[in-house]
Structure formats: structure tokens, C-alpha cells
Write a protein that binds this ligand. Structure first.
Ligand SMILES: Cc1cc2nc3c(=O)[nH]c(=O)nc-3n(C[C@H](O)[C@H](O)[C@H](O)COP(=O)(O)OP(=O)(O)OC[C@H]3O[C@@H](n4cnc5c(N)ncnc54)[C@H](O)[C@@H]3O)c2cc1C
Length: 397
């Protein structure tokens, strides 16, 4: 405990020195830093903030130091997160590399692959996208058809992926491909990494209901991928694919875990007081006050459950399939939050564009629409319920 106390003091002093005032404010979506070759750093202060955090390995606090990570214990990482929250420090980097690929590489990649890719993820130099879903393979992911043919020193990849988030901005893709079309469907899949600038890769953006185009259909025409970019064994990629999905589901449950915050990063009750008025410090509308209170209580219970599961994972007693429970609950909770925000804001939540509505109001409308995707991305809510029934509760098919 004494060590942790000293660590907390060190973190606090370091943050005071290195986290500038503008990095201690709620982050507008446009200022999110995703890293990669195309990052423009809309807020110039976010560049030194990322560089300083990456230098300490604190963009990936618990990854081993030999791969650029912070080498922190679980408890030290908790302290770091608490201290960052205390000053409302922005996350320096959002990254599929951090949330999904990195943990899978740590478990399954060769030493050379870890040394090549992990430090670049830590520093935010390479932005990754996820090539899993295909036009005919979503929930039935193992039905994927993108082919990778063995051509001696390389694979020749042909096919297409769909709903590839940020494929148009990503530098590299982690991709599921079929390497044995004659094997049972789960057994002929491999896990490949390749550069999105490779000859034969093209992308076509798809517009979402929220008006943004954050995802694409991605096409591969005779893309040559060096053999050393295969992670794990050939035809054994399904195990890696499933583990990565657990990391993705954990990350999405975090969206629900932050559900107490309204669209603008403000607490839901503060937004309610602004739109509905206050009576003796309480939200004036009694019915909505009850709904906000119920939502906050569910948030707190959920956050405690996430913390308990994290402790169990640390103790090695956790079941990876719990990620499906949290993914299910977190995404449903996030959707409920935005429904509640709409009830609170009334007609102020119905703007699409134009000067009659504030940026924050317009942002909330679009985030409400975007939240609908939470129960689809990373595996639908129905699919999570199937996993929970089968793998957590042990119910028969
Ligand atoms: C915002 C967003 C971002 C995404 N980003 C990516 C990405 O970066 N990379 C990527 O590869 N994919 C991505 N996806 C795709 C996502 O993983 C798929 O949409 C999802 O797995 C569902 O597949 P599908 O769309 O083909 O729907 P389908 O599988 O066709 O499902 C249609 C409906 O049938 C239901 N259903 C299907 N099978 C069952 C079953 N066995 N039991 C009960 N109900 C069932 C589903 O729940 C759903 O309601 C993203 C999706 C969204 C919405």
C-alpha cells in the first residue's frame, strides 16, 4: 500500500507537469486522437500529450515494457486511471490496436511480430481496422469467404469485407481469411495482418444513420501478403478471432460503463437540471427525476460489476465469456441513456443541422442514432444472449 501511495504521488506530480489545461476538458468528438499516418491533431495540445504518455508507456499501461508498454501492475494501472479521472484528463489515444489487436498479439503472436507491431500501437503510429464481417458472414462469422491462397512466400488475398470501421483512415488491417476451403468452416480460417496501402486494397465508405461515414466496404483483389504476417498457425485463426472478440466486447461494455455521462461528457443529471429546471437542488420534473435516478443506480451497479470482474480476471478466476454479459448490458444501457437524454431535451433533441440548435444538442441527436449500432457491433445483442445461455449458464441448445 505504501508503494502504491508513492506511485500515486509520482503519477499526480507527473500529470500536473505534463497534462496541459486543454487536455483536462471534455473532449469534443472532432478532437479524438486515433493516431496513425493520417492523424492531424485537431487540437495541437493533443500531440505532445500523446507523445508524453506514450514515452512512459501509459497509452498501454499494463503491457510489458519490452514492447513499449508501461509495465504497470493491475493496481498501479487503477491508480493511474483514478488520477487521470480526478483531473478529467483526456484519453491520449483511441485505438483498435490498444483495445483489440494488441492483447491478442501479446497472447498469440511471434516475438518478431510483437516487436514489430506493439511499440507502434503504443506510440499511436499505426491505426488499425478490423476485417471480420463480410456481406454473407456477420453473426455467422465463421462462414467468411475471403480467400488467402498459399503462393510460396506470400498469400494471395481475394474477397471483400463489410462494415470495416474507419477502413478509409486505417494504415493496417487485422483480417480473417479462409486458407482451407475444404475444411469444416471453423478450421480453415487464418488471422492475417497487412498494410492497407498494399496493391489491390480498395475501400468504399458507407453512410450511417447518424449522418457520418465511419465505415466502409473493403475489397481485396490479388493482394500479396508476406507469409510472416500470419499470426499463429495457418488454419487456426478462429481461436485468435474469438479471443479478440472478447477484448472487443469488453471495450464496448466500457461504453455502457461510462453511461453516466451524457452525450457531451456531462453527467445526465446536470443535463436534466439544465433542461427541466431545478427545485431545491433536485431535477424539477418528478417522473424524469425518477428515471434519471434509476439510470444512475443501474450505472453504479454495472460499474461495480465491471470492477468485480476485473478483480476476478486478475485473480485468474474469470470466465472470458462474461465479456458477452457485459457487452450485452453495456450497449443496452448506453442506448437507454440516449433515449433518456431525448426525453430530457424534448424538442431540443430533434435538430439535425442549422443555427437553431447548439452544437451539443446536434451532437446528442447524432449520438442517439449512433448508439443504435452498439447492440450490433462486436456481435449483436441476440448473439450475446446465445453465448450467455450456452457458455455462461450452460443451457442446452
Ligand atoms: C457501428 C458498427 C461498426 C462495425 N464495425 C465493424 C468492423 O470494424 N469490422 C467488422 O468486421 N465488422 C464491423 N461491424 C459489423 C458487425 O460485427 C456485424 O454487423 C454484426 O456482427 C452482425 O452481423 P450482420 O450485420 O451480418 O447481421 P446478421 O448476422 O445478418 O443478423 C441479422 C439479425 O439476425 C439476428 N441473428 C443472427 N443470427 C442469430 C442467431 N443465431 N440467434 C439469434 N439471432 C440471430 C441478429 O441478432 C440480427 O438482429 C460493425 C457494425 C456496426 C453496427
Amino acid at each position: 500500500m505504501a508503494d502504491l501511495g508513492a506511485f500515486r504521488a509520482e503519477v499526480r506530480a507527473w500529470l500536473t507537469e505534463n497534462c496541459s489545461a486543454s487536455m483536462r476538458t471534455p473532449m469534443p468528438e472532432a478532437e479524438t486522437v486515433w493516431g496513425g499516418r493520417n492523424e492531424t491533431f485537431v487540437n495541437p495540445d493533443s500531440k505532445p500529450w500523446l507523445e508524453r504518455m506514450a514515452e512512459r508507456g501509459w497509452t498501454c499501461p499494463t503491457w510489458p515494457t519490452e514492447y513499449g508498454g508501461g509495465g504497470l501492475s493491475y493496481d498501479e494501472d487503477k491508480v493511474l486511471q483514478q488520477e487521470m479521472r480526478r483531473i478529467q484528463a483526456r484519453p491520449p489515444l483511441q485505438s483498435f490496436g490498444i483495445w483489440m489487436l494488441g492483447p491478442a498479439l501479446l497472447e498469440f503472436a511471434s516475438e518478431a511480430q510483437k516487436r514489430e507491431h506493439l511499440p507502434r500501437i503504443v506510440r499511436g503510429e499505426i491505426r488499425w481496422c478490423q476485417g471480420y464481417s463480410e456481406p454473407g458472414a456477420g453473426s455467422d462469422l465463421a462462414g467468411l469467404k475471403t480467400r488467402a491462397e498459399d503462393r510460396g512466400d506470400h498469400y494471395l488475398v481475394n474477397g471483400s469485407k463489410i462494415w470495416t470501421s474507419y477502413a478509409d483512415q486505417a494504415d493496417w488491417i487485422f483480417c480473417l481469411v479462409r486458407t482451407d476451403p475444404d475444411a469444416p468452416k471453423h478450421e480453415g480460417i487464418s488471422f492475417l495482418l497487412f498494410d492497407m496501402t498494399s496493391a489491390g486494397v480498395s475501400v468504399s465508405p458507407i453512410r450511417l444513420i447518424s449522418g457520418a461515414s465511419p465505415f466502409c466496404q473493403t475489397f481485396f483483389d490479388d493482394v500479396k501478403v508476406p507469409k510472416q504476417n500470419l499470426v499463429g498457425e495457418v488454419n487456426k485463426g478462429w481461436t485468435i478471432a474469438k479471443r479478440l472478440l472478447q477484448h472487443e466486447r469488453q471495450m464496448i461494455s466500457g461504453i455502457g460503463g461510462a453511461s453516466a455521462l451524457g452525450g457531451s461528457g456531462r453527467a445526465v443529471e446536470d443535463v436534466a437540471k439544465e433542461y427541466l429546471g431545478e427545485q431545491a437542488g433536485r431535477i424539477a420534473d418528478p417522473a424524469l427525476r425518477r428515471n434519471v435516478a434509476a439510470h444512475r443506480i443501474n450505472d453504479l451497479a454495472f460499474q461495480l460489476s465491471l470492477a468485480r470482474a476485473a478483480d476476478e480476471a486478475k485473480a485468474g478466476t474469470s470466465d472470458g465469456n462474461l465479456a458477452s454479459m457485459f457487452k450485452y448490458y453495456g450497449s443496452e444501457q448506453n442506448k437507454r441513456k440516449f433515449e433518456l437524454m431525448l426525453e430530457i431535451m424534448g424538442s431540443r433533441s430533434l435538430g439535425w443541422e442549422g443555427g437553431a440548435f447548439s452544437e451539443r444538442e446536434l451532437g446528442t441527436t447524432r449520438q442517439w442514432l449512433r448508439s443504435k449500432g452498439n447492440s450490433i457491433e462486436g456481435g449483436t445483442s441476440e448473439v450475446q444472449l446465445n453465448v450467455i445461455a450456452k457458455r455462461v449458464l450452460g443451457l442446452p441448445d
